[in-house]
Design a protein around this ligand. Sequence first.
Ligand SMILES: Cc1ncc(COP(=O)(O)O)c(C=O)c1O
Length: 391
Amino acid sequence: MNATTPGHCAPSEAPRDALAPVYAQYPFEVDHAEGVWLINARGERLLDLYGGHAVAALGYGHPGWTEALAAQARACQFQTNALPMAIRARAAQRLLAFSQLELASVFLVNSGAEANENALRLALRVTARPHVAALEGAFHGRTAAAAAVTWGSEAWYGFPRKPFDVSFMPRHEPGAIAEHVTERTAAVIVEPVQGLAGAVDLGAPYLAALRERCDRVGALLIFDEVQCGLGRVGAPFAATLYGVTPDLLTTAKALGNGFPCAALLTSARVSAALKVGELGTTYGGGPMACAALLACIEAIESQRLLENVRHMSETIRRTCHVGPVSAIQGEGLLLGLRMRRPAKQIQAELLRRGILAGTASDPQVLRLLPPFILQAAHVELLRRALADIGE
Ligand SMILES: Cc1ncc(COP(=O)(O)O)c(C=O)c1O
């Protein structure tokens, strides 16, 4: 795929009064997309280094993924989990094999928050304990349990109380773990590379220390790999990369490449405690989602995309430390560019130059979550734009 010069961004004119206000709107209305490019109705192009919140792992218009969905729509677009389907069993089996982790079963759901909600519920039920430890800066979703372990959710939580006791640990302080993870603790939930916080990599020693403490006190370890999983860190999962296996692992986003699809992977101990009727979902594990999941893993493996993620990550680190960038953090293609000026300003300046990047809860960090098919020519466009913006 050839990189072309990004186009001018047109302000949106479409009326959208019927939509609830969700996020502040970017001044570019997507009409269609191809590869790593978003294109408006006037044919102007925006280089997408944000991937729709880390979702579009294969980019846009991927032929294998598109054909897999079309074929499954023709064969059977939906059936409930109460009716066995070979494609559902294949999806679960392929995901477990892809993970290279010693995990035993897969519960297919629809979103990251739903996967985390179920992970927390199972951990509390299996251990019969009342407390969960999470990490400062964490984002786990907007449902009652997932938001309860989300840092700073008080600003929008809305429910009168949290469903269990929660404490937040400081990041990168192994010495603080024992105080927070005790015999009362059902689970520790962490993103191994924190996404919204600004691509904050917790690293192998810290994750191993969490594993060790959980084992010591009988708590379960939950890895939220909704954003960092399924290849984004240049390995199947961050758990694989760091050699630390959790008891429960959640993943979503890249898993479906835009078709809603999420999963909760559980250890043999947790799976053994599950009884029929305890878990449920209408749409989770639907055949279209399974086709999307299988097509994503197939593309990652056959196109050697993990290698490309590592290569592009290294290229960004090597070449994009220019202009307003003072440091680069994160793993694979979940990167945080630390700016000398507020990241929002740089984001706006990049947009004016035809490049879409994300921000983070850290106001100095610009977040990159591009498709795994990114090429060196696209990175060069970013480098030039940053150099042009200047310090
Ligand atoms: C790490 C992490 N966990 C959970 C979620 C929630 O996922 P969803 O929006 O699919 O519910 C997100 C979404 O950004 C996330 O980044």
